[in-house]
Write a protein that binds this ligand. Structure first.
Ligand SMILES: Cc1cc2nc3c(=O)[nH]c(=O)nc-3n(C[C@H](O)[C@H](O)[C@H](O)COP(=O)(O)O)c2cc1C
Length: 412
């Protein structure tokens, strides 16, 4: 154990130095309109930056229009450059760095109908697409791979131009790159399927291309699953192979997560999804069908007892197998948790729910005002990604509606 490092110490991640080791995890803010960031999104991230974190992460920005999961989701294009610049300036003005989580949903498209078949690692029936009629998925061929690599590179270049200090490639939770890594969705028989080494081959190509394009000035991170949390899903042994391949491809840091959006959300969050709250929020928007499906899914979830640092046993195994910087994520609820994570050799500590509950948590940890988060893992914040005012902790005041675009004159 390294007892000399404090989570308040600066840290260098590739070309980037952070003022401390606390990072706000990418957590779908749902504060965008027609693919544009809103003023609410700027406020959300500048509040977090003012609260003392080293870096915030803007969640879930699609690399192309057909890469979206939800219709309002930001998708990376030059038209939104002025909006993104306002966002990054606002965070930098508070002394924090800002990372862009860039993603492709592949066949995980729950909020809109995609023209033709959605792409994925393998073809066949697409359970995640049922609600909006995306019933079938198509296995990507080499031309598709080249196109998607180019889309990730363009998105990363746009992020750099907009002033983002880092890009985080989403390779976990069941999105396209994870659809390759996970045996739950990869049934290929070519060099991109079968062994864990083969399944990570395409995501590693994407990372290497992004690194070659922007890595001299921009930290290139990947969020991966330590495991999928299901019997037939990726195990920690697969997570180790994934981490080693991404290290070889040039990643500056890996953010260690777990679980899949469809098969194992309880594993991702270490506690049951609050589907009752999700159903309430959806019904209020008139979306009775999704509300009904969500309630049905609640009945199939196993009972889970929340444990602080619920990914620690898995993440330790990854730590022991690679040398590159790693960020611990999952159930950080106290200063003692954060101190333990860095003492065990994780360079950074990543939090979502604790910072939604208290955006100034890091300043409060530093001043001694708090040593423990008041978040009770109710997952009510997840329900609010379906609300027009975006996510919030249910114990905090309501957000203002996320209606106003950042730079109205640039595109109206
Ligand atoms: C409201 C909400 C939205 C989320 N959306 C995303 C997302 O867009 N991308 C992502 O990688 N993870 C997302 N997550 C998962 C978190 O980033 C994180 O992995 C998870 O909450 C566990 O960390 P925690 O225990 O610190 O909350 C979301 C979590 C919450 C609470």
């Amino acid at each position: 154990m390294n007892t000399t490092v404090s989570p308040f110490d600066p840290v260098t991640i590739g070309p980037l130095t952070l003022r401390n080791r606390f990072i706000k995890s990418g957590a779908n803010e749902a504060m965008c309109m027609d693919g544009f960031p809103t003023k609410a999104l700027v406020k959300h991230h500048s509040d977090l930056a003012r609260g003392g974190i080293g870096m915030t992460t803007v969640a879930y920005m699609a690399v192309a229009p057909e890469a979206r999961t939800l219709p309002n989701q930001i998708w990376m294009r030059s038209k939104i450059l002025p909006d993104l610049q306002v966002l990054t300036d606002a965070v930098h003005a508070e002394g924090a760095a800002i990372s862009a989580q860039i993603t492709h949903g592949g066949s995980f498209v729950t909020g809109m109908k995609v023209k033709g078949r959605t792409v994925s690692a393998s073809s066949g029936f697409n359970p995640a697409g049922m609600l909006k009629g995306n019933f079938l998925q198509r296995a990507m061929n080499e031309d598709d791979m080249k196109r998607v690599i180019e889309e990730f590179v363009c998105a990363a270049e746009l992020a750099r131009k907009a002033g983002f200090d880092a890009v985080e490639l989403h390779m976990g939770h069941g999105y396209l790159l994870n659809q390759f890594i996970s045996p739950l969705s990869n049934r290929r028989e070519d060099e991109y399927g079968g062994s864990a080494e083969n399944r990570v081959r395409f995501p590693a190509r994407v990372l290497a291309a992004v690194k070659a394009a922007v890595g001299d000035t921009t930290a290139v991170l990947a969020k991966i699953n330590v495991a999928d949390g299901t019997r037939r899903g990726a195990k920690v042994e697969d997570g180790i192979v994934t981490a080693q391949a991404l290290q070889a491809a040039g990643a500056d840091m890996l953010v260690l997560s777990g679980g899949r959006n469809v098969e194992s959300t309880w594993f991702m969050f270490g506690s049951r999804m609050n589907r009752e709250e999700i159903a309430r929020v959806l019904k209020a928007q008139g979306d009775w069908l999704t509300a009904f499906m969500m309630k049905g899914a609640a009945a199939r979830e196993p009972d889970v007892t929340f444990r602080e640092m619920y990914f620690l046993e898995y993440s330790r195994k990854i730590r022991a197998a690679v040398q590159l910087p790693l960020a611990y994520l999952g159930g950080i609820k106290s200063l003692a948790n954060a101190e333990q994570a860095v003492a065990e050799g994780f360079e950074c500590v990543v939090m979502a729910r604790a910072l939604l509950h208290e955006p100034a948590l890091v300043n409060k940890f530093r001043s001694g005002e708090l040593t423990q988060s008041g978040c009770d893992n109710c997952n009510g914040c997840v329900a609010y990604i379906y609300h027009p005012a975006g996510t919030r902790c249910v114990y905090r005041p309501a957000n203002e509606l996320a209606l106003n675009r950042v730079v109205a004159s640039a595109h109206e």
